[in-house]
Write a protein of this length. Structure first.
Length: 100
């Protein structure tokens, strides 16, 4: 199995009132990926609760069967739609993919 983890830093910190609205909007869109992409075996989305300068606001954890599936996921139309949608909300992201 491959675990794909993405962390997003939003334009507004997720613990502020505006940031909470943004975070919930992004979270809902990420959760929809599980329904749209049948390659996903597991999907979890978390929103940060603590304001720290180095903290990111949202974490996405996705499990896939193989590296080939990860490559398919990356170019899946629903994933590409989310990336386009997210340009209005996030200012940066980090990623890690690992075998487990």
């Amino acid at each position: 199995m491959i675990r794909h983890i993405i962390m997003l830093k939003l334009k507004e910190n997720a613990v502020t009132p505006e940031g909470k609205i943004m975070a919930e909007t992004v979270r809902k869109e990420l959760v929809k990926l599980k329904e749209k992409i049948n390659l996903i075996r597991y999907l979890e989305v978390g929103v940060n609760l603590v304001s720290l300068p180095h903290a990111y606001d949202i974490v996405l954890t996705v499990d896939l069967d193989s590296l080939e599936n990860l490559q398919e996921y990356k170019v899946h139309p629903a994933h590409l739609e989310f990336i386009e949608f997210n340009k209005n909300y996030s200012v940066s992201k980090v990623c890690v993919d690992y075998l487990y």
